[in-house]
Structures are given as C-alpha cells and as structure tokens.
Design a protein around this ligand. Sequence first.
Ligand code: ZN
Length: 242
Amino acid sequence: MRLIYLLLLSIIIDQPVSPSSSVPILCYHNISADDSRKSSALSISRLQLRAQLKALADSGYHSILPDQLYAYLTTGKKLPDRPVMITFDDTRTEHFTIAAPLLQEYGFKGVFFVMTVPVAKPGYMNASQIKALSDMGHVIGAHTWDHPHAKGIRPSDREKQLVNPRHVLEKITGKPVEYIAYPFGEWNETVIADVQISGYKAAFQLTGKVSPANKLYTIRRIMVNGSWSGPRLQQELKIVFK
Ligand SMILES: [Zn+2]
C-alpha cells in the first residue's frame, strides 16, 4: 500500500510543470526527528525543515493562510510582501511535535490537511493535537477520509470522503473547515463538482494542470524535496510560481 503510494507520488512529481500562480505554496509530508535519515520528496528531517524555514524567514517571506489567498484570488486583496503558504498533508504526529514548534520559531503559520481515518492511530495526530494546532492560529483543512484516488471518489462517496471529514474536523476545531487538498493531488471535473457541493471554498492540488473553469479548485502546490537547501528551495519556487 505504502509502496503504491510512493510510486504514484513519484509519477505526480515527474509531471511537467505549467506555472499559473504567483503565490508559492509548499507541500510537506513526513518529517523525521532522525537528522541522519536521508531526506526525499516525501520526507524531510527536522534539521532540513529548520534550514528551509530559516531560509524563507531570512529572505523576508511571510506565511499566508487560505483565507488570505482566497481574498487575493477573488477580490485582489493585497498580500504581504513575499507571500508563501506552508502546508502539511496526511495527519502525521510530527506535524504537531516538530513542524508546529519550528513554524513558531520563525513566526510562520501553516496549513494542515488532515485525512480523518487515521486520527489518533499510532503515528498520527489525535483530536487534541489537531485542536491545538488550530488554536495556535494554524489552519486545519480536509484531506478526505482515507485518501482515495480522484477516480475512486464517486458521487455516492461524497458524504464519506468530503462532507463527513469536514464535519469531523469542524467538531474538533470549533471552526469552519473550508479548504481541502486532493489526495495525491489528483482531481477531475466530477470531483471538483463534488468538492463544491460539499461546502469547500477552494481546493489544493500538486503541480498538475489547472482547470481553466475552476482555478480556485485546482490551486497548485509544490512538493518540497527534503534534500533541498534553503537557496535551492527558493530557486524552485521561482521556477514553479512565476
Ligand atoms: Zn496525502
């Protein structure tokens, strides 16, 4: 299962990039407390995450949250200088234990896209950790119930994969959950329609094509390679988010 997940993500990463948004959005997955472990597209060590966040802070980047991006994209409301959105997918415990303190250290707020099936299972955040992130000013977004592929989300699954996870996360955080990240970054127009009906204002993918008719539901993010240095990260952002 995990191997298939890695394989599919590697296919996604190799897709050609077509720039469309000027606001850089980063996507992280696993974070390792073991700094000797090799970083990759799906995993970053604590040391490397600190180096990347420090580089962004030192270069004057300001983290923005989905409501700010939404206002910018729909009304042109001004963003801070050098905006960046920092997102974390898949509910891992290290998002709370490692990422949140590092974000705080550099004055950033992040977005955590939580799939709900593993909540409180070993290795994954529990409800009070998710609530604590929300209380710290980070944003909790949805990431479906159990991470299906886009073609696997039939209209009959809407309640299970899109509506109920939103309700679960709203109950945990006490706040509206209005944004979702597609598992594997995959979407199609049917899924977009389901996401809209399910009450989401915008949806985030990875570096796939953008739907001309539904730009708010195909917002692009870059999967950050954990091995990138701070300067390399900034170079990559300039290439993808021209
Ligand atoms: Zn995911």
